[in-house]
Structures are given as C-alpha cells and as structure tokens.
Ligand binder design. Structure first.
Ligand code: ITT
Length: 187
C-alpha cells in the first residue's frame, strides 16, 4: 500500500481531501507541522505544485497538495492567491470581502482549487484544477464547512456552501470538480 502525505495544514481542507481519497488503496498520513512551504507561485497550480513537491521531498513519500481560493469579480479577482492571508481568522476574512464589496449588485465570484500529486523525489506526477462559479451574499448564511463557505452562494442550488450537507459540498464544490477529474487517474 502506498503511503501518501496529505500536504495541508488547513483542517477544513484536510477532512475534505481525506473524504475524496478514502476509497483508494492508500495509507494517508498528515503533513508534519514543521514543514512550512512558502507559497511564492503566481497561480494556484504553481502553489499546489510547490506544496506537493516540497512536502514529498521532505518526507520522502508521495504527497498531494491543494491550493485554492476565492476570486471575486468586482474586486478584480481578490482575495485570489491571498485568500488565506486576507485576514487573521475566517470571520475577519469574510468581513473584509463583504466590506470591500459594499452594496454593489455585481456579486459574481469563483472558487478555484488546484491539486498536485508529487512522487517522493518531488516530481509532479499529476495535476488538475476545478472552478466553481457562484455569488457573494450580503451577509453570511449557514454553519457548515470552513473559510468563506458562509458567503459563497450557488444560485443553481439555492444554498451557500455552508448550508450544504458535506455530501453536497463534496460533489458541487471547486474541490469536488478537481477531484472528479483527478480520481480516475489516481485509481
Ligand atoms: P495549506 O496551504 O496548508 O493547504 P491554507 O489554508 O493556507 O492551507 P491555501 O493557501 O490554499 O490554504 O488558502 C486557501 C484559502 O481559501 C483557505 O484558507 C480558505 O480561507 C479559502 N478556501 C479554500 N477552499 C475553500 C472552501 O472549500 N471553502 C471555503 N474557503 C475555502
């Protein structure tokens, strides 16, 4: 059985990634907390590659990484690559996006998820990207999920990510779309 490090320090992402990967014949392990990868890439895919590659080399194991974020059209794509650094807590980051958007009616946004799988020597074996379009609400709704989930609304489902069941988010989210493309190749 292959040992694969799930290369994230974000507990919300970790549990979703473990959900997608549980059907595989893999022994999943956690990223040692002392390994901290600097996210210097210019794109989500570049950052996912950096994280997968550096964690694989440091652990001498296969590693899978996710780099993701929210891009709001009326904010010229912000918070984008800086989604994790847009404030000091989830509540702070949500408040900042809502404050910057104000009362504008132009509320379209996208969640993006890039995934990369690296071999123990750091070579990238597989990568993919999933995009989920939606809208930013005027105020948070729902308690499930993590991060920006309470303000990200899917008009097609009439719910925010934070109002979805874990199974619904697993299926419709940017991460779900990315894993749907990756899983057949992993199998
Ligand atoms: P790792 O790099 O250790 O994986 P991180 O939280 O720093 O953890 P990112 O650099 O990829 O991860 O930042 C992504 C941020 O985007 C994350 O902190 C969340 O705030 C947000 N985000 C990503 N996916 C999300 C989701 O499914 N729901 C809500 N927010 C999400």
């Amino acid at each position: 059985m292959k040992t694969v490090v799930v290369a994230t320090g974000n507990p919300g992402k970790l549990s979703e990634m473990q959900g997608y990967l549980q059907g595989l014949d893999w022994q999943l392990t956690l990223k040692p907390p002392e390994i901290d990868v600097e996210e210097t890439g210019q794109t989500f895919l570049e950052n996912a590659r950096l994280k997968a590659s550096q964690v694989a080399q440091a652990t001498q194991s296969w590693a899978i990484a996710d780099d993701s974020g929210l891009a709001v059209d009326a904010l010229n794509g912000a918070p984008g690559l800086y989604s994790a650094r847009y404030g000091s807590s989830d509540a702070d980051r949500i408040a900042r996006v809502l404050r910057e958007l104000g009362e504008t009616s132009q509320r379209s946004a996208q969640f993006i998820c890039a995934l990369a799988l690296a071999q123990p020597d750091g070579t990238i074996a597989l990568e993919t990207e999933g995009i989920c379009p939606g809208e930013i609400l005027m105020a948070p709704r729902g308690d499930a999920g993590f991060g920006y989930d309470p303000i990200f609304y899917l008009p097609t489902h009439g719910k925010t990510f934070a109002e979805m069941t874990p199974a619904e988010k697993e299926r419709y989210s940017h991460r779900g779309i990315a894993f749907e493309q990756l899983l057949p190749k992993l199998r």
